[in-house]
Write a protein that binds this ligand. Structure first.
Ligand code: ADP
Ligand code: MG
Length: 290
């Protein structure tokens, strides 16, 4: 039987927008020492807007957007949504894509007009020897923007910068965690410059950037091996293994089904401050029992 105090606190927490799926994990929440947040969609709103299109070869800005939006219409990544939206806004007719494939944590690939087209991360460019220094690209990266690149038939032809917004509640969430003596880290597949910018804006204790989807859970494990009790907060498909690995997996309510099914606790209001609500509730509940 469920001890009365636990079932009462479960319904109290539900009223506060904190759904408990796993009671043992909820109990561990009282001992959390480090909270690791996913960036996109968790600390930020996860709504990307294209702010700059940069030509890096002969292809013009509109063409760059037409190719990129064509490929991205086959992806449901928040970056993809931002790019498709921009093409719509400008009333551009996007190209037909013959074949397409998602490269998890890296971008998308497809065939357009018989050409091999990629929209990919800075990390992908570096891995494949396609990276080139460009002042405009560096500038938008310094501004904390996410940048993706268009590659056609192996040639780098353009870049698109996208801006996301830090959730206003995130700052307060981090401050409160610090007041409780809990460290706050961030985990992201995005580039290191964006990660650094967000980390500084929010006063995070550390971050892991350019982490591929399959490596996210390893980062959680590393922290656990240092002796920490770790909570992970995420929203994406990519976050699921890290949510499972963490001592306490917490999903943002508006997140993907996979994240929600992998989590111990769900934040119904999508508010990162409710991580603190959950920890307080766990402390209050289990203090009374011992
Ligand atoms: P996050 O940890 O922010 O959820 P992901 O692992 O989903 O990040 O993606 C990491 C990086 O891979 C993105 O910042 C982007 O550079 C690239 N990427 C992923 N999906 C796409 C896509 N559909 N189009 C372009 N780039 C993408
Ligand atoms: Mg995310």
């Amino acid at each position: 039987a469920v001890p009365l105090v636990v079932s009462v606190s479960t319904s109290i927490s539900a009223k506060k927008g904190v759904l408990i799926r796993n009671r043992e994990a909820f109990e561990r929440a009282k001992d959390v020492q480090v909270v690791v947040f996913d960036k996109t969609g968790t600390l930020t709103e996860g709504k990307f807007e294209v702010t700059d299109i940069m030509t890096l070869d002969e292809l013009g800005e509109e063409e760059i957007l037409k190719y990129a939006a064509a490929l991205e219409s086959h992806s449901n990544h928040p970056i993809a949504q931002g790019i498709v939206e921009k093409a719509k806004e400008l009333g551009l007719e996007v190209y037909e894509v013959a074949e397409s494939k998602v490269l998890p944590g890296k971008g998308v690939q497809g065939v357009i007009n018989g050409k091999e087209v990629l929209v990919v991360s800075p990390g992908f460019l570096k891995e494949n020897g396609l990276w080139m220094e460009d002042e405009r690209v560096n500038k938008v990266l310094e501004q904390g923007k996410t940048v993706v690149f268009l590659v056609i038939d192996g040639k780098l032809v353009g870049a698109l910068a996208l801006a996301d917004k830090i959730r206003p509640e995130s700052r307060e969430a981090i401050e409160k965690l610090h007041e409780m003596g809990i460290k706050a880290y961030m985990l992201t597949g995005d580039n290191a410059k964006v990660a650094k910018w967000v980390a500084e804006e929010l006063g995070l204790d550390g971050f892991f950037a350019e982490v591929l989807p399959h490596q996210k859970s390893e980062k959680i494990k590393e922290l656990q091996e240092q002796g920490y009790t770790v909570a992970m907060v995420g929203d994406g498909i990519n976050d699921a293994p890290a949510l499972i690995q963490a001592d306490v997996g917490i999903a943002i309510g508006a997140g993907t089904d996979v994240a929600i099914e992998s989590a111990d606790i769900i934040l119904v209001k999508n508010d990162p401050r409710d991580v603190i609500t959950a920890i307080h509730l766990a402390r209050a509940t289990y203090k009374k029992m011992v």
